[in-house]
Design a protein around this ligand. Structure first.
Ligand code: CTP
Length: 401
């Protein structure tokens, strides 16, 4: 089941550490390789000898081996693992993880790991419900770490409530599900563009727009979740994908975005162009800052290249091309016009008339129109959920293409 999968477990100082030997046995039985890292305090709760015996690997807790002084590289461990589980995770180590503190081997490995990181908190109920703990959990989730929620029950303190480490059998199932999740887009190359573009007027000023890049970044993540090999061409944006495997190509201007998309497009099976590309750019960019006293009556503009149109023209039969349409009037008619003119297989329509939809929200309300002009309406949802709907619709249309 987990044959050959490399699982790294980081144990922190919590009484629940006694459950980890059971988890190690389950993982080893199903064919996984297991390595264990301890914080200095964790050794008080579970012995390195037990863990080393069950995992059949030396247990690490220091940066170097006493005696011969040889060095354990946290980078190597971070690269070795297919999954890094920190369990039980104490409030103390959670606080450090949420703030990038790296004062032991377990924590430095968190910062250098490239694999998915799962964390399973265990603590007393008041500590768990404390605002700081809850904010730290949110922070860890926002950077893409996966929470294995504690369960309710009797706690070591004698209190009853939320805070017990999830049972080893359940943690094992969660790990197994992660590896067995279907990856229908494995090895398929996907191009997504996102964000605004900034068109320079002079070295300090530009023409831009309100796009946050959230929608496109969520689409990139939804594709990566299905195993796709994603290239994200991203205009100036604070948004970053959660999935570490996504290749990000940062660009600023419409022209840079055009060039990068053209370069990647020929090898992409699916391309989704969600970026709010500027339609116009200043004809001349001043080399130095334009001074007030010099006066500026107008800015001469010229049209940018339409990226989607260029891709549509060179699209091959086996490629699937998706565009967006942001409309305020005659929405459906305008979207269909764009779909035909740009040779698309599907267009995602945003109407700025819908409350909670468009640029500056965490939510969006979309309609999807395919190249047979079938229109599917979706309700107002969080952008990550909208992204899943978009990707699922693409998969359905591809199946029937
Ligand atoms: N688009 C593009 N390159 C441009 C302009 C737009 O690739 N220079 C793409 C967008 O990423 C989007 C689609 O074209 O997928 C439609 O963008 P939109 O702004 O709605 O329409 P435009 O084609 O720019 O037309 P208009 O602004 O007149 O509505």
């Amino acid at each position: 089941m987990l044959k050959g999968k490399k699982i790294l477990i980081g144990i922190t100082g919590s009484i629940a550490a006694y459950k980890i030997p059971f988890l190690i046995r389950l993982l080893k039985k199903s064919g996984a390789e297991v390595r264990i890292l301890l914080t200095p305090f964790a050794k008080e709760f579970v012995t390195p000898l037990t863990l080393a015996t069950l995992s059949e690997n030396a247990v690490l807790h220091e940066f170097h081996k006493r005696g011969d002084g040889s060095w354990f590289s946290h980078v190597n461990l971070g690269l070795w693992a297919d999954l890094y589980l920190v369990a039980p995770l104490s409030a103390n180590t959670m606080g450090k993880m949420a703030h990038g503190i790296a004062d032991n081997l377990l924590l430095t490995t968190v910062l250098s790991a490239r694999c998915p990181i799962f964390f399973a908190p265990a603590m007393d109920l008041d500590m768990y419900h404390h605002l700081t703990t809850q904010e730290n959990i949110k922070k860890l989730q926002s950077i893409g770490y996966r929470l294995i929620e504690p369960v309710e029950g009797e706690l070591a303190s004698g209190l009853k409530g939320m805070g017990r480490l999830e049972e080893p059998e359940m943690i094992f199932e969660i790990i197994k599900d992660h590896f067995e999740k279907k990856k229908p887009l494995k090895n398929k190359k996907v191009l997504v563009n996102a964000g605004p573009t900034y068109e320079p007027i002079d070295p300090v000023r530009f023409i831009g727009n309100h796009s946050s890049g959230k929608m496109g970044v969520a689409i990139a993540d939804a594709f990566a979740d299905l195993g796709a090999d994603v290239d994200l061409v991203l205009g100036p944006s604070h948004e970053k994908p959660l999935n570490h495997g996504i290749k990000i190509h940062e660009v600023r201007t419409a022209s840079e975005m055009h060039q990068k998309c053209m370069e990647i497009f020929p090898s992409a099976k699916i391309s989704v162009l969600s970026a709010a590309v500027a339609d116009f750019t200043p004809s001349h960019k001043a080399r130095s800052k334009i001074k007030k006293e010099d006066g500026l009556q107008s800015i001469e503009l010229e049209a940018t290249k339409d990226i989607l149109l260029s891709l549509g023209k060179s699209k091959k039969k086996n490629q699937f091309l998706v565009g967006f349409a942001l409309e305020t009037d005659n929405e459906r008619k305008n979207a269909i016009k764009k779909l035909k003119a740009k040779n698309l297989d599907m267009i995602v329509l945003n109407s700025l008339k819908d409350d909670g939809a468009g640029f500056s929200h965490d939510t969006n309300k979309i309609s999807i129109i395919d190249n047979k002009e079938n229109c599917m309406e979706f309700s107002l949802k969080d952008k990550s959920q909208v992204a899943v709907d978009i990707v699922q619709t693409i998969m359905n249309l591809l199946d029937n293409k």
